[in-house]
Design a protein around this ligand. Structure first.
Ligand code: ZN
Ligand code: FE
Length: 255
């Protein structure tokens, strides 16, 4: 059985660490090295590092990790801004290291070279899909981001969603504003508030949960469409416009 550790870093990042029965561990998006050293200790053996995108809060710890574990594979997207990569991967590539397999999906939008890794029932999606939210569009268009989210939404319901940040409570406040009559969403909002009060992560979620509650995966739903139509003062032209306006609304929401 795989064991998943949510290693907290900075104020709201998670460095996901996936461990097998032999104590072999993959480290995803280590923005800092210190929390990884603490989590790995002497019991676990790192087998590789997966990087989803070039932002420093996702890659900043890599040099220090390589100093301690020289030769560790660093799997990263095709992006010259990530200088520590030992292997560059893109859409459709399979990462295979010592019995592990991860499929790579290209999911541009937050950044132009953002990728996700899918394997062993887990999705590592960086800053693209969040618990009840999605990443900001720093380098991509709404159309690109929506296409990327569609790709992730097509994964099985029980896929564990391991995203880069603990934003779920703030995202829930926005989601319930957009989609106030969604009972399953309301239930999840109560759950995630309780988890944070208890000092627990709200993640991983499942893709099934996200499809039910995350407004950015629900741009076709009558409730989300109606909320956007209300803001625009007319029906949105298509799902891309619905998504674009939803993202703009969230940008100004303050949470
Ligand atoms: Zn980012
Ligand atoms: Fe980030």
């Amino acid at each position: 059985m795989m064991r998943l550790l949510a290693v907290p870093a900075f104020s709201d990042n998670y460095i996901w660490t996936l461990v097998d029965d032999d104590g072999q561990a993959w480290i995803v998006d280590p923005g800092q090295a210190g929390p990884v050293f603490d989590a790995i200790g002497n019991a676990l053996t790192p087998v590789g590092i997966l990087l989803t995108h070039h932002h420093d809060d996702h890659i900043g710890g890599v040099p220090a990790l390589l100093e301690r574990w020289p030769g560790l594979p660093v799997i990263a997207p095709h992006d010259a801004r990530i200088t520590t990569a030992t292997q560059r991967v893109g859409e459709g590539v399979q990462v295979r290291v010592s019995g592990w397999t991860f499929d790579v999906l290209e999911i541009p939008g937050h950044t132009h070279s953002h990728i996700a890794f899918v394997g062993h029932g887990h999705l590592f999606c960086g800053d693209t899909l969040f618990g009840l939210g999605c990443g900001r569009l720093f380098e991509g268009t709404p159309m690109q981001m929506l296409t990327s989210l569609d790709k992730l939404a097509a994964l099985p319901d029980d896929t564990r969603v391991c995203c880069g940040h603990e934003y779920t409570v703030a995202n829930a406040a926005f989601a319930t504003t957009v989609d106030p009559d969604n009972a399953a969403l309301r239930d999840r909002q109560q759950q995630v508030i309780a988890l944070r009060k208890a000092g627990q992560p709200t993640l991983p979620s499942t893709l099934g949960d996200e499809r039910v509650g995350n407004p950015f995966l629900r741009v076709e739903s009558p409730a989300v469409r109606a909320a956007i139509a209300h803001r625009l003062g007319r029906e949105p032209a298509d799902r891309v416009e619905t998504f674009a306006e939803l993202r703009r609304w969230k940008d100004g929401f303050g949470a």
